[in-house]
Each structure stands twice: as C-alpha cells, then as structure tokens.
Design a protein around this ligand. Sequence first.
Ligand SMILES: [Zn+2]
Length: 388
Amino acid sequence: MESNIKLGRISGIEIGLHYSWFIIAALIVFSLGEHFRQVNPNWGTSQIWITALFTAVLFFVSLLLHELSHALVAQARGLKVKAITLFALGGVSQIQDDATDAKTEFWVAIAGPIASLIIGFGCLAIAVGLGWQRPAEPRTGVTAIVVWLGYINVALAVFNMIPGFPLDGGRVLRAIVWAITKNADRSSRIAARIGQFVAFLFIFDGIWEFFGGAGFNGLWLAFIGWFLMDAAKASYGQAEITAAFQGVRVSSVMTRDCVTVNRAMNLQDFVDTYLLTTGQRCYAVEDHGRLAGLITPRDVGAIPRELWDRTTVREVMRPLEQLHIITPDTQVLDALKLMAGNDVNQLPVVANGTLRGVVSRSQLMRLLQARSELHFPVTHHPPITEHV
Ligand SMILES: [Zn+2]
C-alpha cells in the first residue's frame, strides 16, 4: 500500500494518504451529518456539517495515533518503520523487519489497541465531564464529537483484537503461541489456523442471525468472517512458504538450464527456433560471453508481428540494468520479497557477469506442491549440494 499524498514525517516515519481514503472520509462525513440531523433536529445546517467534518478529522487523527503507537513501539524495539498510510479500511504501518522475538511482536501488536482504548475512554470521560449521561443523546456539538469518538475508538480496539490475521489480535495471539512454543514458524501456522476457526464462527453466526431475522447485520458479520477467512488462509500459506524456504539459498532451487540466444537474431527466427519449440519462459541474451539481458514471450508479444523479421532480440530484450538481479547466495525468501515488491515473476541469478540460472515464482510454488504431495513436513530440507 503506497501513499499517494504525503502529509509529512513523524519520528522519521512518512505519513501519507491513499486515494481510497477520500471515499471513506466523504462517506463518514455524510453519514455523521445524517446522524446529527436526526438526533438533533434543532441544529442548523452549518452546525451539522461543521460538527460532522470536525468529528471525521478527529477520527482520522485517532486512527493515525493507533498506527503511530504500533510504529513507535516498533522503532523503540529496534525495528525499521518506513511509512504509515491511511486508506479506505483504516491505517497500515509499513514495518520493514519482522519481529525477532515474541515479546517485540506482542508489544508492537498490542500498542495500537491500547492507544485506541485510551483515546476512547478518554473521550467518554470528557463527555461525562461536560455533563453527558450514558443513554442520552449528546446535545451540544462538542459533546456529540467526543461521545462519537469515544464509542468508535473503543469499538476499534475491540474489533482489532479479534484473533485473526491481519488484525492486531492475530499478531498478539501469534506472539503468545510463539512465547509458549518457542518456535516462530509453528506459531504463525497455529495462529493462522485459530484465525480460520474464528472466521468460520463469524460466518456461521452471521448466517444464523441473517435467517433469524437480523437481516443486514447478519450479512455484515458473515462478510467480516469471509474477509478474515481469506486473510487467515493467505497468512497460513505465507507461514508455510517461510518455513519451507527459511535459510535456503537461491543456488539450491534455481533453474539452471537457461537457453542463451544470440542478440543479433531477429524475432521471427527467435520465435520459430526457441519460443514455439522449447516452451520455456525466459531466455538469456549474451554479449561476448556476458549476460546482456533477458527476453520473455511477453516482450515479444508486445511487438506487432509484421515487424518481427526486422526487429532483433537486442532491441526487445530487457537490458541487465533494468533487471533486478540476484546472486546464487541470495536467500530464497529475499528473492520472493524482491519479486513481490517489483511485481515480476522471475529473477536472473548472476555471478561474475554470467547467468547462472533463473528463479521464478511458479517454479518455487511447484516445489512446495511436490513437497506436500510427498507428505514431507514443510520444514524438511534435503541435503543440499552446492555447485555454483
Ligand atoms: Zn492496529
């Protein structure tokens, strides 16, 4: 999640807004305005909208404080935090490193909900100080703002503590399991499984209430459950990948049989000789024995067919400078991060200027599948023979 609008920096952390934030901000202002109009029929139009606008701004300030709490605790425990982005579904802190111990994971995760709880109860206390009593609707603009902020922040803390990834509660749960089992990978998988179970309860309860007459509220619960289920499955998959490739270097999993093509060859010959006969996805282009670039079917497809016999491989290839290259010593997990971060499906493995192999996402996934079909535990590592 990259921010589109930068607001500034706090403690070196970039604070920004994603475009989708404007949609939710407008929705909140309008529904708040509608709410204030209904409960305070004596308010004028300008009072309604000014109150709604103020409440929405302060709501985003409290979301930011929630994220900042995660980020500042992470920083204090030695983790690098790049940015905080507010978007349609709330906020997200980009913490660059993973927590290296259960204690850090626990405090970073729980800092946000604690901040929301403090803000929530603080606002409600102010409302009471201003003469508000619980079931009554607040009468003045200021009490209306603090009461709404109080409830929403307490609700935010409670919702975030649902024990499922990617919510804070999922991380807190993982930290607790981690502290008990002393095993980071296993705790991720156990926490993801518990998350799936919680998600299932939400869906089940939602459908139950829907047919019991709760209507929209039931559907809403089921929708949250479905979202949590999806996220739990993804984090279980991620945990398996991490466990399977922990400590494994690229040299032991890369494909070595790379076909090298002459850079002066025209595309028509390249297609006839290689693309249509080998079925490979990636070809190295060499220049005097050194890797000059890569060419894939996708690059060829971007060129109109009538130009194929007049265009050389060199003109179409992606030159080395534009590629994200890795060395045989690169960790597989770092390679996967690099692919995800740059939205590419393969990386050339280069040592001393020559292509040693290629690592692709699809090949790594096939490797995992083979493992599971053989019923190997995910952490099983075959004896690796390095031949680089
Ligand atoms: Zn949080």
